[in-house]
Each structure stands twice: as C-alpha cells, then as structure tokens.
Design a protein around this ligand. Structure first.
Ligand SMILES: C=C(O[C@@H]1C=C(C(=O)O)C=C[C@H]1O)C(=O)O
Length: 181
C-alpha cells in the first residue's frame, strides 16, 4: 500500500488508559478492547474457524516516535517491525503492528513466524507479562481501513519486549453486529 493512501502517516497518536475511554465505549467493544488474554484466540473463537493471519510487513526499521517513547528507547534505535491483518473469512477484522527493540531479541526466530500468529506463540510462553492497555479512537496510522478503536500494550517474556498495537476495523463491527463504538 502506498503511504499517500494512509489516513495520516505522520500523525501523532494520543494514547490514554483504557479506563479513560470506558464512558465513551459500548459494553460490547469494551469486552474486546480491554481483554488481556490472546486476541488471536478470541478472534479464532468469534470467526468460527475462518481465522487467518495475512502478513503485510516484516522487517527491521526505526520506530515511530510514540513507539520509541512507549518502549523507552532512542528514536534512532533499530526495531523488528511486523504488521499483519487478522482476518475472518478472508475479511480483515483487525490490523496489528508489533515492534520489538533489536536488543531484546535473544534467539527468538520471529522472522520465521510468517503467517502464524505472534500471539499464539507469545501466549504459550511461561511467565508472559502484559503492561496496561492504552486506547485511541484514531485509525491505524499504517493502514487505510477505518475502525472504531485501537489499543496497545507492552508484552514481556524474559528480556524480550514487544509493543503490540491492534486496531479494530469497521468490517469486524459489521460482521459481528457490534455498535459503531
Ligand atoms: C498479541 C497477540 O498477537 C496478535 C498477533 C499478531 C501477529 O501475528 O503479528 C500481532 C498482534 C496480535 O493481534 C494476541 O493474539 O493477543
């Protein structure tokens, strides 16, 4: 996808704690946005076996500013970047972007994940820790499809750290009969 089709690629996203958005969020969306277990597993369950991961981007890159701040790393530090569409019946429901500081990678063969879910691997790791969930009502800055909510949180497994950002799309709301927000 070309950058000029994106809503606003350089946009600064303001993230707020999930609880701050709760009054503006329907109970149905709250269950999706504030869940702390594997989103992959929830999507598999909701899609009735029609779930798949479509790999969009996987490469070394520099972080966005908001990502560097969340990871507490310098803006110019290299990160492993992965973007996927999480699909149901071939329709994208969620787009996700994960960034991990290179220095936190120790033998994890993430480049071999391909179209298998990062979440399926992560949530099998013993002692996985999840930081607080932060939420935005802005669309994904790396994808053109609109959606009601985005969320992010930091996942840790030993020295490995990855900032996972997931943007729910309008198509998911349509398919599941969810409210607009
Ligand atoms: C963190 C999870 O992993 C999901 C899978 C991803 C991937 O394959 O790249 C990325 C983000 C998540 O939506 C999860 O399932 O909760």
């Amino acid at each position: 996808m070309s950058v000029d089709r994106l809503p606003c690629p350089g946009m600064i996203i303001s993230w707020r704690p999930a609880a701050a958005w709760r009054p503006a969020m329907s109970a149905s969306w709250w269950r999706w946005v504030a869940s702390t277990d594997s989103l992959t597993q929830r999507l598999i369950d909701a899609s009735g076996n029609g779930f798949n991961v479509r790999l969009l981007v996987q490469r070394l890159d520099r972080p966005r500013r908001d990502e560097a701040l969340a990871l507490n790393i310098p803006f110019r530090q290299w990160v492993w970047r992965r973007e996927v569409a999480l699909q149901a019946g071939g329709r994208p429901w969620v787009v996700a972007r994960s960034v991990a500081p290179l220095g936190s990678l120790h033998g994890q063969r993430l480049s071999q994940l391909g179209e298998r879910s990062l979440g399926s691997w992560l949530f099998r790791q013993p002692g996985l820790e999840r930081g607080p969930i932060e939420v935005t009502h802005r669309p994904a800055p790396f994808h053109a499809d609109p959606g009601p909510w985005g969320r992010r949180s930091l996942l840790r497994h030993g020295r490995f750290r990855v900032l996972v950002q997931e943007f729910f799309l309008d198509r998911m709301a349509d398919d599941l009969g969810l409210p607009r927000r």
